[in-house]
Design a protein. Sequence first.
Length: 140
Amino acid sequence: MRVMVMVKATEDSEAGVMPSTDLAEAMGRFNEALVQAGVLLAGDGLKPSRIGKRVAFDGPRRTVIDGPFAETRELVAGYWLWEVKDMAEAVEWVKRCPNPMPGPSEIEIRPLYELSDFAEAMTPEAVAIHEGVRDKLAGR
């Protein structure tokens, strides 16, 4: 099962406060353990939302919204993409993670959809398109 593991933003991360040397080293060791266990597929930190943009959709209209965005606790400061056997394994890995922020922080774990989850909506043509995209990404 693939999961997205999201480090929630804090006032410090939104202010662009960089991690301490100790935290950077601890997080590096944690990422090494994820790689050695075959869990880590991808991951990165995100710059503050003031640098970001949102695009709002309403039918054919598109509206670009400049950051920063309100509700810091709802923003994401970083992410991992993991391959785990189940949610319990993901939770165990997150419990091993160093506190990703200088103060209180949260990490959210969400399973990714698989093509099989959309079976009722997928025609053979749609399946072929999506599988082709995945194959191309894997062969970069």
